[in-house]
Design a protein around this ligand. Structure first.
Ligand SMILES: Nc1nc2c(c(=O)[nH]1)N[C@H]1C(S)=C(S)[C@@H](COP(=O)(O)OP(=O)(O)OC[C@H]3O[C@@H](n4cnc5c(=O)[nH]c(N)nc54)[C@H](O)[C@@H]3O)O[C@H]1N2
Ligand SMILES: Nc1nc2c(c(=O)[nH]1)N[C@H]1C(S)=C(S)[C@@H](COP(=O)(O)OP(=O)(O)OC[C@H]3O[C@@H](n4cnc5c(=O)[nH]c(N)nc54)[C@H](O)[C@@H]3O)O[C@H]1N2
Ligand code: SF4
Ligand SMILES: [Mo]
Length: 793
């Protein structure tokens, strides 16, 4: 019997360097059922993180009754983690699904039919287009829909309405991954492969708590660590995560100081000659500038700025500099922290300086978080142009217009695509009158929630929310559209190592719920969006048509899907793009030939000044680029804007626990997952807790310049001076509305200048004890949040 609550990573199946990762199949079925009771198994992949584990859904009497990992899948070889096993398929716990559209009548949301709901949206849309034009429309979507759905949304926004105001919550998630890849290599796309875990001699995790956020990938790392010739492990994280506990070197930096550390690591490579001069000369540009920017960052200076030991900086650099095959993974501790793009680019630089790209074990994963974030970036519902096209390149815009058979003039390329926080700002100012939110819950996940609530509640806003539950955000809607969830619709998606999976419909959606694709196609039809010949802009009859259309859009671009089809994906073990007629089995690693997509006519971006975020522009780019070479981007470190002071003496950072996914709409409804982490908490070190007079389980108030929350204290192994809160808990189960308790009450409205990703991981706070608790907090003891050794109670 699989139990991934107590035993998150499961039994070890150790493997040595270069050996294939052994299989281990994880499965759960609804209580009382056995394999013989299952009518059929339907192929899919898990949508509860970017790992994208292949799975089969068990179906009995038209209901999902369980799940099992796919033994043959290249990603997980049969394994599933806690969320995949208990949070994905909808059991008895998910009874409150939205089943009918809702519209607001006299202030209340009341049930209605689809015609009425869509009719209201279309009427408002038409009225706004006639009176104010396309800039009156904003779309805020997700990293959790399917590829076909993003492509439909991207097309209707860009070629139907013609608004630049479209983004995804991918902006909060992996905008920096995309930005760093574009800045260094010219286009998005992860160079590495998960197989690099099996081949590497060292692993570096930068701000990535993989043990809790890609639990199955961490099992793969654990199997190497416990096998023959294990890789060295380096962890950059202010908390004592499971990753940190297994690390050879743990750099517990102060939140917000990543760039200082990275500049120091790069400097050590230069200083010790741990660089590949030939590779640098042939395949990179800008090395002299990089060398001079990092020059002041001696290990001693890094130690002082980051609050770590100089000797540890040296040891980490030596591992990177001398091991033969290093795998790096980067995630939110970098992307949502200060100098996000610049810090992530320094990881790219480490790999470039050693020529460690495109070779087995030398993986670079600017990780994704959400299961389908990659597809949104590819399909352009997120502020990119579809197919990794460059919005500053008129030829790319004309290509799209030709593909869609529309006038290029309608595609909004006259301004940078509007990023998510700017879209909300336009709503606040009143210039956006219709905001359409799909598959994201900004009333919990955006920074500075007091402000977000105010924006969502504006009278002048017509708000459409498309979800599977009546979320905190949906409570503000004028129209709520009930959607089909995973397992109730068919589509494809792509994980963090470019592996494409097909997820087939296993059961019917509840009530009148429809797939997001059907909703977007219906809106396009009702709006009468047409191409140049008067034919419908989107005439797809279903997801497979969408996939075929997308293949054409991707042709010749870095994310080329033309060698894939639904039939080929059926029964497959997952296939990595680019997949073409020449590369029919897909592509394990990018840049094996060290040729980068930086040529001006091909690149996805002309790049930015990474200090200010100003775009480089076509003219300057053409004048300086050396086509085919990667850029070594460099930026000096300056302290983050909101640093601790006398009034707010602690650094506040936020993140995740293994048992919940985001705002908990799925995991909070799973009895087992919710039982493992039922309530919010806040982690403090033994020293800081003592200073605040707090013991384990006491109720404290955490206050920033933007708000406060009252939560139980977990005295844990976090670096002194820093407090951490999980961001999962909204106010869904406290309908009195009076006691907001989300981590984002405290976070700041500020973003990285290049990627525009918000800084969820840097703020200054103070903590006061309110009252004694009646026992320990309910924070998990199986993860980074476990009680400190030696903590009271
Ligand atoms: N269980 C679970 N898994 C998930 C998700 C989930 O909600 N729950 N969500 C998925 C998604 S969308 C994403 S984006 C990923 C995110 O996956 P991760 O990035 O691994 O998760 P986080 O907990 O947000 O942040 C990682 C670590 O950053 C550290 N950190 C905070 N501030 C700093 C800093 O300034 N510098 C450094 N170096 N580290 C810092 C935190 O202590 C934390 O341990 O997880 C995915 N997987
Ligand atoms: N403080 C702080 N804030 C953060 C972060 C952090 O680390 N700290 N991390 C940020 C990151 S990385 C992310 S990714 C965001 C996540 O933030 P959100 O996107 O707001 O989180 P979710 O709870 O995943 O919201 C997804 C919504 O889509 C719905 N849904 C699920 N499947 C479907 C579907 O098929 N169709 C439709 N229509 N709806 C569906 C769910 O019910 C849910 O309401 O949060 C960000 N906010
Ligand atoms: S690691 Fe991610 S994709 Fe795999 S089972 Fe867990 S949540 Fe799902
Ligand atoms: Mo994310």
């Amino acid at each position: 019997m699989t139990d991934r609550i107590a035993d998150i990573w499961g039994e070890r199946t150790p493997h040595g360097s270069g050996q294939a990762w052994p299989e281990r199949v994880d499965q759960v079925l609804a209580e009382g059922l056995t394999d013989g009771d299952v009518d059929r198994w339907v192929q899919s992949a898990c949508v509860l993180c970017s790992n994208g584990c292949g799975c089969d859904i068990a179906v009995k009497d038209g209901k999902m009754v369980g799940i099992r990992g796919r033994r043959e899948d290249r990603v997980n070889r049969g394994r599933l983690g806690p969320k995949g096993l208990y949070g994905s398929w909808q059991g008895e716990d998910h009874r409150d699904r939205l089943t009918r559209p809702l519209v607001r009548v006299d202030g209340e949301l009341v049930e209605t039919d689809w015609d009425t709901a869509m009719g209201r949206i279309v009427a408002r849309s038409r009225e706004l287009l006639a009176s104010k034009g396309p800039l009156s429309h904003g779309f805020y979507t997700s990293g959790q829909l399917f590829l076909e759905e993003y492509y439909a949304l991207g097309m209707l926004g860009k070629a139907g309405i013609g608004t630049p105001h479209m983004d995804g919550n991918t902006r909060l998630c992996t905008a920096t991954a995309a930005a760093a890849l574009k800045e260094s290599f010219g286009a998005d796309g992860q160079p590495g492969s998960y197989a690099d875990v099996d081949e590497c001699s060292a692993v570096f995790l930068y701000g990535h708590n993989m043990a809790e956020t890609q639990t199955v990938l961490w099992s793969r790392v654990l199997d190497r660590l416990d096998g023959p010739n294990p890789p060295k492990l380096v962890c950059v994280d202010p908390r004592d995560t499971e990753v940190a506990r297994r690390a050879d070197v743990h750099l517990a930096v102060h939140p917000g100081t990543n760039l200082a550390l990275m500049n120091g690591l790069v400097r050590e490579l230069f200083a010790n000659g741990w660089i590949d001069e030939a590779y640098i000369a042939e395949h990179t540009a800008n090395v002299d500038r990089l060398r001079s920017v990092v020059e002041p960052w001696t290990p001693e200076k890094v130690a002082e700025t980051c609050g770590v030991e100089a000797a540890d900086v040296r040891r980490a650099a030596e591992i990177f500099g001398t091991e033969s095959r290093v795998l790096s993974t980067v995630l939110q501790g970098f992307y949502q922290s200060a100098h996000a793009t610049a810090s992530a680019c320094q990881v790219n630089n480490l790999h470039l300086l050693r020529g460690m790209l495109g070779k087995p074990g030398c993986g670079l994963l600017q990780m994704n978080g959400q299961p389908t974030a990659q597809n949104n970036r590819e399909c352009g519902a997120d502020g990119d142009l579809p197919g990794f096209r460059n919005w500053e390149n008129p030829q790319h815009v004309r290509d799209l217009a030709r593909l869609w058979n529309v006038d290029p003039g309608i595609i909004p390329d006259w301004a940078p695509p509007t990023h998510a926080l700017q879209i909300f700002r336009y709503v606040e100012q009143g210039s956006i009158g219709l905001l359409w939110i799909s598959a994201t819950n900004p009333a919990v996940s955006m920074p500075q929630l007091e402000r977000i609530r105010h924006i969502l509640g504006r009278d002048s806003l017509f708000l459409v929310v498309q979800d599977i539950y009546l979320t905190e955000t949906a409570q503000y809607a004028d129209v709520v559209l009930p959607c089909a969830a995973w397992g109730e619709k068919t589509g494809t998606f792509t994980n963090a190592d470019r592996t494409v999976h097909l997820s087939e419909k296993a059961v019917d959606p509840p009530g009148e719920a429809r797939s997001d694709l059907d909703v977007f196609l219906d809106y396009a039809r009702r709006m009468g969006f047409k191409d140049k010949d008067g034919q419908p802009l989107l005439d797809w009859s279903g997801p497979e048509d969408g996939f075929e259309a997308w293949k054409e859009c991707s042709r010749g671009r870095p994310c080329d899907y033309t060698g894939l089809s639904y039939d080929k994906l059926r029964g497959s073990s997952g296939i990595q793009w680019p997949c073409t007629a020449e590369q029919p089995a897909g592509t394990e690693r990018l840049y094996t030939d060290a040729r980068f997509p930086t040529a001006p006519e091909y690149c996805e971006s002309f790049g930015h000044d990474i200090l200010t975020g100003a775009t480089t522009g076509e003219t300057q780019y053409k004048a300086t680029v050396e086509p085919g070479k990667a850029w070594l981007k460099a930026l000096d470190y300056t302290p983050p804007h909101e640093e601790p002071d006398a009034e707010y003496p602690l650094r506040y950072t936020t993140g995740r626990t293994a048992y919940h996914f985001h705002t908990r709409t799925k995991t909070g409804r799973s009895r087992r997952l919710n039982g493992a982490a039922p309530e919010p908490w806040m982690e403090m070190s033994v020293e800081d807790a003592a200073r605040a007079g707090c013991q384990e389980g006491d109720i404290a108030r955490v206050t920033s310049r933007r708000g406060s929350l009252e939560v139980p204290v977990r005295v844990g192994d976090i670096r002194p001076g820093t407090v951490f809160a999980p961001f999962h808990y909204g106010y869904w189960d406290t309908p009195d509305g009076g006691r907001h308790r989300a981590a984002n009450e405290l976070t700041v409205t500020e973003w990285d200048p290049v990627s525009k990703q918000p800084l969820f991981k840097n703020a200054a706070v103070r903590v006061e004890k309110l009252r004694s608790g009646d026992g320990p907090s309910k924070a998990p003891d199986t993860t980074a949040s476990r009680r400190a050794t030696g903590a009271q109670r």
